[in-house]
Ligand binder design. Structure first.
Ligand code: UDP
Length: 318
């Protein structure tokens, strides 16, 4: 029996995190069924898996019923628009994939007797009044603001996941993902990492929103995926933060991008989006204790790898 591979389902498999998670699961010896409706994902991210007998792709919108024959051991629900610009453009789809999509993927896990892992977010903490953020903090979210469609969908998704665990005994996990970056992000997704790198590489001014004093803490994608994989193998049902506590202001981040790319573009200020969190930093004590996990890739290394990816991407697509 031990040489029979287990099957994992990844929703959002053609997205940034979903595609890296799929790679990790294949490397761990799983068969992977990747599902994506390609609304914000792109098959370019999984093109290298074409012909891999352990990978199967289904183009499907998980807000509709999911029918899959055969055994499934793990379900990872990663489908969602995830950048502020995307979820402002796609507010209803964002709410549907967080609510109906979570219901359907939980239903799949229940029907198959599979473990379920929800991709939740530091956005559940909103514009936080506690800093750094521990899992015990309930958050400060504006439900009717522009970011509410994402924040509240993910908060609903967490509540639904705990309900399936408590009412149906499904083995569920919840990861709260903090700002993550790396290859396969979309250059035009509006998030600060691809925005600043794209601007620096293409010779445009770097657009800092507000005065740039707001902070974020950036985690390289391989570290994040490692934490998520370890969580999927753990016994923990309550949410766990995964992210890198190395915090900086957005202005410091812009200066770092200029330095590392060797750009001499100016930094210009643009209007700060509504409800933009003023600070964000994960407290990862729980992940350290529970999973023996912590980030390993330095900011400098991770950013250099990401810049190399975007440089190649621009060369190939120009
Ligand atoms: N930001 C910025 N310039 C940009 C894009 C984003 O100054 O061109 C800021 C944004 O206002 C926020 C931070 O960078 O304070 C991180 O934004 P991002 O969209 O990456 O994700 P968030 O952490 O807000 O979900």
């Amino acid at each position: 029996m031990s040489n029979i591979k287990k099957t994992a389902v990844v929703t959002g498999a053609a997205g940034f995190l979903g595609s890296h998670l799929t790679d990790r699961l294949l490397a761990e010896g799983y068969k992977v069924i990747g599902i994506d409706n390609l609304l914000t994902g792109n098959t370019r991210n999984i093109a290298h898996l074409a012909g891999n007998p352990d990978f199967h792709f289904i183009k499907h919108d998980v807000t509709n019923y999911i029918y899959l024959p055969g055994e499934v051991h793990l379900v990872f629900h990663f489908a969602s628009p995830a950048s502020p610009i995307d979820y402002l453009k796609l507010p209803i789809q964002t709410m549907k994939v967080g609510s109906l999509g979570t219901h359907n993927t939980l239903g799949l896990a229940k029907a198959k007797g599979a473990t379920f892992l929800l991709a939740s977010t530091s956005e559940t903490y909103g514009d936080p009044l506690e800093h750094p953020q521990k899992e015990t903090y309930w958050g400060n979210v504006n439900p009717i603001g522009p970011r509410g469609v994402y924040d509240e969908a993910k908060r609903f998704a967490e509540a639904m996941t705990m309900a399936y665990h408590r009412a149906h005994g499904v083995d569920t996990k919840i990861v709260r993902i903090f700002n993550t970056y790396g290859p396969r992000m979309r250059l035009e997704d509006g998030r600060v990492v691809p925005a600043f790198i794209g601007q620096a590489l293409e010779g445009r001014p770097l657009t800092v929103f507000g005065d740039g004093s707001q902070t974020r803490s950036f985690c390289y994608v391989s570290d994040l995926i490692d934490g998520i994989y370890k969580l999927s193998q753990s016994e923990r049902h309550e949410p766990v933060n995964i992210g890198n506590p190395a915090e900086m202001t957005i202005r410091q981040f812009a200066e770092a991008i200029l330095r590392i790319t060797g750009s001499s573009q100016p930094i210009i200020e643009k209007e700060l989006p509504k409800d933009d969190p003023k600070v964000r930093q994960p407290d990862i004590t729980l992940a350290r204790q529970l999973l023996g996990w912590e980030p390993k890739v330095s900011f400098e290394d991770g950013i250099r790898r990401t810049i190399d990816y975007f440089r190649d991407f621009l060369r190939i697509n120009s």
